[in-house]
Ligand binder design. Sequence first.
Ligand code: 6PG
Length: 248
Amino acid sequence: MKKLHRFHTYQDGPAMAAAATTYFVETCAAVLAQKDKCSVCLSGGSTPKRMFKLLASDVWKDKVDWSKLFIFWGDERSVPQESPDSNSGEAMRLLFDLVPIPKENIFAINGALTPAEAAEDYETTLETFFGDHEPVFDLCFLGMGDDGHTASLFPYTDIIYEEEYWVKEVFVKKLDTTRISLTPEIINQAARIVFLIGGENKAAVLEEVLNGDFNPEKLPSQLVIRSGAEITFFLDEGAAGELDLGDV
Ligand code: 6PG
């Protein structure tokens, strides 16, 4: 199964971000060569921010047909967009406020609602956009925490087992906060799943997620990475430090 995956490793974060930016632009163009909308689901956290900045730069911003991109998020914190902790807020400030993407193409999870309301609201948003079939994102970016979480699928949380809903609120005890997250099923339905992972602190958990025992309660990223879907990884050398990429 590991052989399903594609690993691209770079010397550092900036090099990884440059490669991920090229991939973003090329993949969206390839999708738009086949149809007139490209749906992209973004992760939060810090890793994708370099890519956001590059996409907004003069080098790249004119290489994307922003009018045909439709932007979603894999998870959100229960904060207003003005907060620096807001995944969609940060993406707006670093990228979408700086490029000609119609505001109606951007579907943020409403962190200002209660988590349960935000989850229900986002499920309706997805139903409306994708119509009468299950949501299938053309491109889904994910990160991974050093505890093996992805999106807000955190270890030992109920959302790991969620099979009825596409979006759910999830109380994260270690953070003492409730987040809103896509559930494993909808993430795994994406046409292309891409992990951006950087930093030596991710090396051990990435190796365990890929090669260790299947234990998604402890390592929720395995729900995606060991699902049978083909995954593309963009890694820096720190995160790849415990991988023998000759055997994956
Ligand atoms: C979030 C993310 C989360 C993130 C990982 C990695 O809301 O924080 O969606 O899943 O991708 O925690 O975060 P870093 O990129 O900051 O290491």
